[in-house]
Design a protein around this ligand. Structure first.
Ligand SMILES: NC(=O)c1ccc[n+]([C@@H]2O[C@H](COP(=O)([O-])OP(=O)(O)OC[C@H]3O[C@@H](n4cnc5c(N)ncnc54)[C@H](O)[C@@H]3O)[C@@H](O)[C@H]2O)c1
Length: 264
């Protein structure tokens, strides 16, 4: 079944991890995809898909924290595929930011994290929204994290990552306000709030990039979250954070609990 045939998606941070799995899932559903990343490796990641068969996927080296790059990504979607229906704000940066670090370090860390995790989301989404409206509606999916929902699993949230944590909590501001402001234009805006998923970002937290056995036995796989994103696109709801926890089925909850509604 190819439910997304004829749809055009943009995915940021698509070189590896969740972004790469999401591109594979979107293409498998028949969507045309502009997949971009600040790493040159995006071109190999996309070549893997195009070599499997003739697929509508284009790779771009672009940095979502730079406005000219965001404009170039959108231009590519418009000229190559004729529009945009789905924007997946997946790219994020992560680093330790202890509250005891120097002032200069803290300000540099702020720019490193927020320029991608928030300003990048703002810029690319603002550019895409008129195009989503022009198509009669569409989807924005913000990749958040499980701890903006009541935490039910041990994981990577830590007192020494205040800026990363803050950037994910702040995404709720976009998801909530945009979902309400854009519903009349049939643009749905949701957050995905997964726990530990086996990606280079998660592995970078551990020595030699090796997951401890307690985690490697049950860590979620990017493909599972990518399928959940496809299910979310087919579901049609808006203004929600969708959780995924180690040890629980990765699915779209049938009836959102009040605490899962961002404005609830
Ligand atoms: N893996 C997890 O356990 C987990 C848990 C919760 C949330 N998340 C979120 O899921 C998303 C994907 O995470 P991941 O684990 O796949 O991360 P990852 O670091 O493995 O991949 C992120 C990709 O984004 C790219 N990127 C970073 N900054 C960019 C920029 N300015 N412009 C363009 N590309 C940029 C990187 O080059 C990388 O390829 C992120 O938003 C992350 O915060 C991940």
């Amino acid at each position: 079944m190819q439910d997304l045939k004829g749809k055009v998606a943009i995915v940021s941070g698509a070189c590896q991890g969740l972004g790469k799995a999401i591109v594979h899932a979107l293409v498998a559903q028949g969507a045309s995809v502009v997949a971009f990343d600040k790493q040159q490796g995006i071109m190999d990641a996309v070549a893997e898909i195009t070599s499997e068969s003739e697929k509508n996927v284009l790779g771009l080296v672009a940095d979502v924290s730079l406005i000219d790059d965001c404009k170039r990504v959108l231009r590519c979607a418009l000229t190559e595929f004729g529009g945009v229906d789905i924007l997946v704000n997946n790219a994020a940066t992560y680093r330790q930011t202890p509250v005891t670090s120097s002032w200069d370090q803290a300000v540099a860390d702020w720019d490193y994290i927020m320029d991608t995790n928030l300003k990048g989301v703002l810029m690319l989404s603002r550019l895409c929204i008129p195009e989503l409206k022009a198509r009669g509606g569409g989807d924005i999916v913000n990749m958040s994290t499980y701890y903006v929902l009541p935490a039910r699993s041990p994981g990577t949230n830590s007192a020494t990552t205040d800026l990363y944590n803050a950037s994910k909590w702040a995404l709720n501001g976009f998801t909530d306000a945009w979902s309400r402001a854009l519903s009349r234009d049939h643009i749905r805006v949701n957050g995905m709030c997964m726990g530990a998923t086996d990606t280079p970002m998660l592995r970078s937290l551990f020595r030699n990039n090796e997951l401890p056995s307690a985690l490697s036995d049950n860590v979620m796989q990017p493909q599972g979250i990518a399928q959940q994103l496809i299910d979310l696109l087919n579901d049609g709801r808006t203004g929600e954070n969708i959780g995924a926890w180690i040890g629980s089925p990765i699915e779209i909850p049938p009836n959102p609990l009040p605490h899962q509604l961002i404005s609830g």
